[in-house]
Design a protein around this ligand. Structure first.
Ligand code: 4AD
Ligand code: MG
Length: 430
C-alpha cells in the first residue's frame, strides 16, 4: 500500500495510492459519490462509482459524515479542474471513526460560536491558511536573524519585575513570593547582547490587557532582536530589512494560502525598503493637517495610527516620541532630551503598530534615576543595572508582535484568528 499526503498526489498519476484524512464535504449523483477528503496538506476529490466497488465500500461512501476519519484507496487520475490537479478513483474506503453531526457548517456562524469551537474551527480552510502563513512568518524570522549572526537566546517567562509598565502585569505566586509573567524578553536580550553581540528571543509574552480591541491579546508571541553597538538608525534599518524579508517570503512561499484568504497582494508587493521615517512631531503635524483632534504629547490611538499610515504605501517608522510616554529603559535624544530614541513601525491598511523598539539607556546613573522616577523597585533591577557597570555600550533592539503581523499579511483584521488558541480578557477556553 502506497500512502501519500494529498499534496504529493500530482506526482503519482496513474498509480494506486492511499490517502488518510477527514471528510470535508460530499455530494452524490446517481451511481457516483464524490467525497472531498482533506489531510491538512490539501483537499482531493475522490470519486466512487457503484459499478467499480463492493457493496460495502459503496455503502461506506454513503454512511461517512463530515469530519469522519477515513482512508481512501484508489487510482490517481489527472483532472485539471480539481484543486490539486488530480482526483482519486476509489477502490476501497476504510472508515476509522464516524463523526456525529459536525457543529461547524458552511453557513455563517457568529464569532463567539466559532471561538468556542476554536479546536474544530482550525480545520476550516481559511484557518489553516492563516496557521501556515504564521508558520512561514516564524520560519522566515528565524532564517533572517540566524543569517545575520544573531544568536537565539531564550528569555524566562517568570520574571521578578515589569518591563513595559506595571499596569498590565499578570501576577502569580512563586513559592510565597510574587512573580510576574513576562511582558517582554527585552531586558534579558540586553544581557545576552552584551554576551554574544547580537541576540534574539522568540516566545510568548503576557499583558493583562483589559481592552477588548481587535489587536490586543493577553498572551501573544514576540520576536525580539537586540544588538550591541547599534543606535536608533541601525535599529530602524534592521527592522525594515526584517519586515520586508518576511513579507516577501510569504509572497513567494504561500501563494496558495494567500489565495484561499482572498488577500489582495498588491499592497504587500509594495513593501520595499527603505521604509519612510518620520518623527513623532511630523506625525502629529499629519494628524492636525487632517483635522484630527490629537493632543500633542499623547500616545497615538488606533485611529491616529491609521490616519498617519494612510499617507504611505508601505510601513512607516515613527521615531522620537516624547520620553514621558515611553518606558523607563529608553535612551533620551541628546539633541532634545524630552524625546526618546525610540521607534514604532506602523503597518499600512489600518493595521497600526507592529513593532516597538529603540536605543536603550546605557549610562548607569541616568538609568538608575529613570527606574526611580518610574516608581520601579531598584532591587529588582540590580542585575539590569550591572549591564551598565561592566562594559556598557550603545545598544538597541525591537519587538515585533507576531499576531498583528500575521493579521496584516493575511488581511485578517482581528488578532484572535492569528494565534491557534487566543487568550483575551474574556477568553480562556478552549
Ligand atoms: O511596543 P511593545 O510594548 O514593546 C516592547 O515590549 C519592547 N520591550 C520590545 C523590544 O524592544 N524588545 O510591544 C512590541 C510589539 C507591539 O508593536 C505589538 O506588535 C505587539 O508587540 N504587542 C501586542 N500584540 C498583541 N497583543 C498585545 N496586547 C500586544 N502588546 C504588544
Ligand atoms: Mg508599543
Amino acid at each position: 500500500m502506497h500512502i501519500f499526503r494529498i499534496s504529493e498526489l500530482s506526482r503519482h498519476i496513474g498509480q494506486e495510492v492511499t490517502v488518510r484524512g477527514w471528510l470535508y464535504n460530499k455530494r452524490s449523483s446517481g451511481k457516483l459519490r464524490f467525497l472531498l477528503v482533506r489531510d491538512g496538506s490539501g483537499i482531493v476529490q475522490t470519486v466512487t462509482f457503484q459499478g467499480d466497488v463492493s457493496e460495502a465500500v459503496f455503502e461506506a461512501s454513503d454512511r461517512v459524515t463530515q469530519e469522519s476519519s477515513i482512508s481512501v484507496t484508489g487510482k490517481v487520475a489527472e483532472d485539471k479542474r480539481s484543486p490539486g490537479g488530480v482526483e482519486l478513483q476509489v477502490r476501497d474506503i476504510q472508515i476509522h471513526q464516524i463523526a456525529p453531526e459536525y457543529p461547524i457548517s458552511p453557513k455563517e456562524h457568529g464569532s463567539a460560536f466559532l471561538m468556542d469551537h476554536r479546536h474544530l474551527w482550525l480545520r476550516s480552510s481559511k484557518q489553516h491558511a492563516i496557521l501556515k502563513i504564521r508558520h512561514e512568518i516564524i520560519r522566515a524570522s528565524r532564517d533572517f536573524f540566524d543569517s545575520q549572526g544573531f544568536v537565539l537566546v531564550d528569555a524566562p517567562i517568570f520574571t521578578p519585575a515589569a518591563c513595559e509598565g506595571t499596569t498590565t502585569l499578570f501576577e502569580t505566586d512563586y513559592f510565597g513570593e510574587k512573580a510576574f509573567l513576562t511582558q517582554s524578553g527585552q531586558l534579558y536580550m540586553e544581557a545576552a547582547a552584551m554576551a554574544v553581540g547580537r541576540a534574539y528571543c522568540f516566545g510568548p509574552t503576557f499583558r493583562a490587557e483589559k481592552s477588548k480591541t481587535r489587536r490586543h491579546l493577553t498572551e501573544f508571541w514576540m520576536i525580539e532582536p537586540e544588538a550591541a553597538f547599534m543606535d536608533l538608525e541601525g535599529d530602524m534599518e534592521l527592522a525594515e530589512n526584517y519586515v520586508a524579508h518576511i513579507v516577501h517570503r510569504v509572497l513567494d512561499e504561500r501563494k496558495e494560502e494567500l489565495k484561499v484568504l482572498e488577500r489582495d497582494t498588491a499592497p504587500l508587493e509594495a513593501v520595499q525598503t527603505p521604509f519612510p521615517r518620520i518623527s513623532y512631531d511630523e506625525a502629529v503635524r499629519i494628524l492636525h493637517e487632517k483635522g484630527l483632534p490629537f493632543e500633542y504629547g499623547n500616545d497615538f490611538g488606533a485611529p491616529d495610527e491609521t490616519a498617519i499610515s494612510e499617507n504611505y504605501d508601505r510601513p512607516v517608522m515613527v521615531h522620537r516620541y516624547p520620553a514621558a510616554i515611553k518606558a523607563f529603559y529608553m535612551k533620551k535624544d541628546p539633541a532634545d532630551p524630552t524625546k526618546a530614541l525610540c521607534v514604532d513601525m506602523l503597518a499600512p491598511e489600518g493595521v497600526g503598530e507592529i513593532i516597538g523598539g529603540g536605543q536603550r539607556e546605557d549610562d548607569y546613573d541616568t538609568l538608575l534615576a529613570s527606574i526611580d522616577k518610574h516608581g520601579l523597585p531598584v532591587s529588582a533591577f540590580e542585575w539590569y543595572l550591572d549591564l551598565r557597570k561592566y562594559g556598557s555600550v550603545p545598544h538597541a533592539g525591537f519587538g515585533l508582535g507576531i499576531e498583528r503581523t500575521v493579521g496584516w499579511i493575511c488581511g485578517t483584521p482581528h488578532v484572535r484568528e492569528c494565534i491557534p488558541f487566543p487568550r483575551m480578557m474574556h477568553r480562556l477556553t478552549p
